[in-house]
Design a protein around this ligand. Structure first.
Ligand code: MSP
Length: 508
């Protein structure tokens, strides 16, 4: 039986349309999912949409729709984008689906029955025009942080989750499992937060109605984060453990942005602890993208629309750029200049040229039939050994979610391949029939190294790798057993490759 691997993205709010920030998390998850499948895992990859709560209710009011109409409309845009980006998710959960609502009611009720959720009173600052509660620190100077109008102290009946009872256990768990929260700096933030002690958490609202009702008290709807976080188990059929829930839980990796770490690294694990369920194995918080040095925002009108980028440059360029440009876990900047420079140097020049040069030579010198290699010289062995190192380095990088480093390791071998051509000069070997065997060896090494390169490029740029592998005469699925030197058989017919990536001409 294959080992399982379950990974998730956050579920996206439907009050906003997708931009590169959303695409980033989903893309990273997709690359990991594809890599794990290649490595022989039975992968379950979940994404979805977060459709309840006041934000969505308000956005719907403003648009003159019901919340569900709004959700139905916006969710299609997310799903269409994922398809266009080549996202290979196994399921898509919407929090308005019956399967989700049932699972949420079930866990909420369990926690109520065992006394971990109790009815109490919520006292905080309230902005009536905005219908929003604010904490003491948020409502600084007695003003609403949104509209700047005065706030008043208000009491509201609310259900509370006994989060305070789980803080120490969670802290102990984090300390005993150094890889649970990553990257390390984020882990430290959560540890400091927990050391201050946890308060009980308000987990219901009465000020609006767009949500899942509290079991047995329909005046309350369940707090949107309690509802949303539970998607990671309801999508697996929780509480029924006979199917996916039994197979895939606990989740192996949860990918999120740094802004929602506390929900995933504090609230969520304490809910799970209370429910007696195992905790996620890893939560990884990535950084945020700015655009040309500025925060991405609707008011600045600088929101980068992935659809537009894909139409202009192609899906693999977008996939490559977002994962190569910034080490996963750090903040990064999106700029057109750096995008173009990556296209022209990494893609057109390095990987594209290597393939077109070498396949053209093979067609010219061997009529497209891959020759068997002779004895490998030191130069050939060095290339082979670089390819082998690449395979182990990429594997280690993927385990650490170091996508950019993995790509760097692949590009080192691409560089070595281009250098190998310059050093072996096949065009001069071809001039003398006495060099035929040497030429055969050189050409074999050149094509075999690219089979390995493109096998590892595949999770990042599936279309490109597919095109390249077909040119290289490799039509089988890529499997981990083929991640060894020498699998490309002599006699395989090789096609001359078209340029994989056209250069983008820019005016100085
Ligand atoms: N609905 C919640 C998540 C619930 S998960 C149980 C939510 N949704 S969101 O649509 O606002 O954001 C989803 C993800 O997009 C988050 O991981 C967030 O970090 C990411 N990003 C939003 N803007 C971003 C950037 N500018 N850069 C990188 N990622 C960003 O939060």
């Amino acid at each position: 039986m294959k080992p399982t691997f379950y990974l998730t993205t956050p579920i996206y709010y439907v009050n906003d349309v997708p931009h590169i920030g959303h695409a980033y998390t989903t893309l990273a998850a997709d690359v990991l999912a594809r890599y794990k499948r290649l490595k022989g895992y039975d992968v379950f990859f979940l994404t979805g949409s977060d459709e309840h709560g006041q934000k969505v209710e308000k956005a719907a009011q403003a648009a003159g729709e019901t919340p569900l109409e709004l959700a139905d409309r916006v969710v299609k845009r997310f799903q269409a984008l994922w398809e266009k980006l080549g996202i290979s998710n196994s399921d898509f959960i919407r929090t308005t689906q019956e399967r989700h609502k049932q699972g949420v009611s079930h866990i909420f009720k369990q926690l109520m029955d065992q006394g971990d959720i109790y009815l109490g009173e919520y006292e905080d600052w309230y902005c009536t025009p905005c219908e929003t509660f604010w904490t003491e620190t948020q409502a600084e100077d007695g003003k609403c942080p949104d509209c700047n109008r005065p706030v008043e102290k208000l009491k509201e009946e609310s259900y509370f989750f006994k989060m305070s009872a789980y803080g120490e256990r969670l802290l102990a768990h984090i300390e005993a499992n150094p890889d649970f929260i990553q990257p390390r700096t984020k882990r430290n933030e959560i540890i400091s937060f927990l050391k201050e002690g946890l308060r009980d958490l308000s987990v219901s609202r009465t000020s609006f109605s767009w949500g899942i009702p509290v079991p047995g008290n329909e005046r309350h709807v369940i707090y949107v984060w309690f509802d949303a976080l539970t998607n990671y188990i309801t999508a697996l059929g929780y509480p029924d453990a006979s199917g996916n829930f039994g197979t895939y839980w606990p989740v192996d990796v949860q990918l999120i942005g740094k802004d929602i770490l506390r929900f995933h690294a504090v609230y969520w694990p304490t809910f799970l602890m209370a429910a007696g369920l195992p905790l996620p194995k890893k939560v990884f918080a990535h950084g945020w993208w700015t655009v040309e040095g500025q925060k991405m925002s609707k008011s600045l009108q600088n929101v980068v629309e992935p659809n537009m980028l894909i139409d202009k440059y192609g899906v693999d360029v977008v996939r490559y750029f977002l994962l190569r440009e910034v080490p996963f876990g750090l903040d990064g900047d999106f700029s057109h200049a750096s995008l173009i420079s990556r296209i022209n140097s990494d893609l057109a020049n390095d990987i594209g040229n290597l393939l077109s040069r070498s396949t053209a030579m093979l067609v010219k010198y061997f009529d497209g039939a891959l020759p068997a290699p002779g004895q490998l010289t030191e130069l050939d062995l060095a290339l082979k050994s670089k390819a082998e190192t690449m395979i182990t380095t990429v594997d280690a990088c993927m385990d650490e979610l170091a996508f950019s480093k993995a790509l760097q390791a692949i590009w080192e071998v691409i560089g070595a391949g281009n250098k190998y051509i310059d050093e072996t000069t096949p065009w001069s070997l071809a001039k003398d029939p006495a060099n035929q065997e040497r030429l055969a060896t050189v050409m074999y090494c050149l094509l075999e190294v690219q089979r390995l390169i493109h096998s590892l490029v595949a999770p990042f740029m599936p279309e490109t790798a597919h095109k390249a592998l077909i040119c290289l005469g490799w039509t089988a699925e890529i499997s981990q057993h083929d991640l060894v030197w020498g699998r490309l058989a002599a006699g395989t017919m090789i096609n001359k490759a078209e340029a994989l990536f056209p250069r983008i001409e820019t005016k100085e």
